[in-house]
Design a binder for this molecule. Structure first.
Ligand code: XMP
Length: 318
């Protein structure tokens, strides 16, 4: 009989046996998998675990600061690395979705490799790989491990990829990861977070990416996600977010015509991300959210709601 308690006990022992007194490095993403993996490893080897949390500048509003604080509060040995400018620079002028993914993946590898080199004598790379990731090569749940896997063939193998691998969650599913996380005492709010793609807002800004567009979309996303929480809708939705469209349309403000950006809101229900249906959010919620976005976010004068299912549409727009 599988129980989260027995899984924790057995895995902690297995980790201790496997890595002994060696140092281990792990990339935290703010997502459920890498967090649970980190807490398990921390329980097993304590300060020999070195966590790195990279800000790629494409996270949700305040996410880097808040999640880093949360990690520190959990007693993890974590270093936050703000590399926003480096990612923005790497993305300059790129419009093609796959090229964006490559640029983001490569920048991540460079930053992570630089940081890993600063640690002496590290022998192991820990990853939050879960069973579905083992089957597909690209994680549907995002995070550094997915980024590394899908981009490790670019520009030769970075040094950290030559480390021995420890993947404590590779035999279990997402719902089991959540139960293990709960047993480990991880904040339920963290465990209940929606999936968020590794390339972050980078693939929700259609067309080229600028600091101003990131700021705009962070504000829109914040109003939408916060609203879902306030209305008790967040946990009923599998994933939600906003897309910044490369479209200007005419609006009116006072006596003035405006010509500004349009954003699309998307909320889906799903069990694994492979298929998805749009969520029938209450009209009153959509009405309030749309008004709030247009009133508060400078540069946005139109909001639409995405009513496409997957297939044939995808969850993300890029
Ligand atoms: P799509 O858009 O293909 O997305 O329906 C399915 C799930 O995968 C996530 N996603 C990604 N996750 N890197 C990731 O780590 C990516 O490049 C990526 N693209 C999509 C998406 O958010 C959804 O959960």
């Amino acid at each position: 009989d599988w129980t989260p308690q027995s899984f924790v006990e057995e895995t902690v022992e297995a980790i201790q046996e496997k890595v002994g007194n060696d140092k281990v490095v792990l990339g935290l993403s703010g997502g459920v998998d890498s967090t649970v993996a980190a807490v398990l490893l921390n329980k097993a080897i304590g300060k020999n675990l070195y966590c790195i949390f990279v800000n790629n500048g494409l996270l949700r509003k305040n996410e880097f600061k808040n999640v880093l604080n949360q990690y520190e509060g959990m007693g993890l040995n974590v270093k936050g690395v703000d590399a926003s400018d480096r990612f923005l620079e790497a993305l300059k002028g790129i419009e093609d979705p796959e090229k964006k993914r490559k640029a983001i993946g490569n920048a991540f590898i460079e930053v992570f490799d630089d940081e890993a080199h600063k640690l002496e004598d590290v022998k192991w790379l820990a990853q939050g790989t879960i069973y579905p990731d083992v089957i597909e090569s690209v994680s549907a749940t995002g995070g550094p491990s997915a980024t590394i896997k899908s981009h490790h063939n670019v520009g030769g193998l970075p040094d950290f990829m030559k480390l021995k691998i420890v993947e404590p969650l590779r035999a279990i599913f997402k719902d089991e990861v959540r139960r293990v996380g709960a047993t480990l005492g991880i904040d339920p709010e963290l465990l209940g977070r929606h999936p968020f793609p590794g390339p972050g807002l980078g693939i929700r800004i259609l067309g080229d990416i600028t600091a101003e567009k990131v700021r705009m979309l962070q504000e829109v996303d914040y109003i939408f996600i916060n609203g879902l929480k306030e209305w008790g809708l967040y946990d009923k939705v599998w994933q939600a977010g906003a897309m910044l469209l490369p479209v200007n349309s005419v609006g009116v403000m006072g006596d003035e015509r405006t010509y500004e950006k349009c954003v699309a809101l998307r909320a889906v229900e799903s069990t694994d991300g492979m298929t998805a249906d749009w969520v029938n959010l209450p009209y009153a919620f959509l009405q309030k959210t749309s008004n709030e976005i247009i009133n508060k976010v400078k540069g946005v004068n139109r909001v639409v709601y995405d009513i496409s299912s997957k297939p044939p549409a995808t969850i993300e727009w890029e």
